[in-house]
Design a protein around this ligand. Structure first.
Ligand code: HEC
Length: 144
């Protein structure tokens, strides 16, 4: 009984925080988690090897949806969060090998996706945990 109540309370708390975060970040790029330049370079290689055949060399979309531009990261009010994308990608992608890459590879791919959607690389490395727990909406970053 105690366990159930705790679970319900936690669910409510999570729902409440999830409802609040996007409101603050929705109009701009928001505070996307930091990632570094090496991750972008590595993510780009992984993308070319494992993703481009379906999503396009320039992330423009072929047999799979585009992973850049307004359809993926709109200027504002994205319905996708960075954590949501990370979780979806690390569970379902690459579609011909779902979930088969390492946490670090998925984190580096996320860094590459953030970079190509307008976010700048910094000095801190993006971890899988940080990517997965980000509730920041995936709006286009400041460079777009
Ligand atoms: C064999 C083809 C294929 C490969 C390879 C592939 N994907 Fe996908 N991907 C898809 C399809 C198809 C969808 C759309 C699924 C749906 O809408 O049900 C998708 C959806 C996605 C989405 C969600 C897009 C959105 O707008 O919600 C992301 C993110 C993604 N893929 C990332 C990747 C990454 C990163 C890789 C490489 C590691 C990859 N995919 C490799 C076919 C592929």
């Amino acid at each position: 009984m105690n366990i159930r109540l705790t679970h319900i309370a936690l669910t409510i708390a999570l729902a409440a925080s999830a409802a609040h975060v996007p409101v603050h970040a929705a109009t701009t790029g928001g505070s996307a988690p930091a990632f570094d330049h090496d991750q972008v370079v590595h993510g780009e290689h992984l993308y070319a090897d494992s993703c481009a055949k379906c999503h396009g060399e320039k992330l423009e979309g072929i047999t799979a949806p585009a992973l850049s531009g307004p359809a993926f990261a709109p200027a504002a009010n994205s319905h996708l969060t960075i954590g949501g994308i990370y979780q979806y990608m690390s569970t379902n992608m690459p579609a011909d090998r779902p979930g088969k890459m390492t946490d670090q590879e998925y984190a580096d791919l996320m860094a590459f996706l953030l970079y190509t959607n307008g976010y700048d690389a910094g000095n801190a490395k993006l971890s899988a945990d940080t990517a997965q727990s980000s509730t920041t909406p995936l709006n286009a970053g400041p460079r777009h």
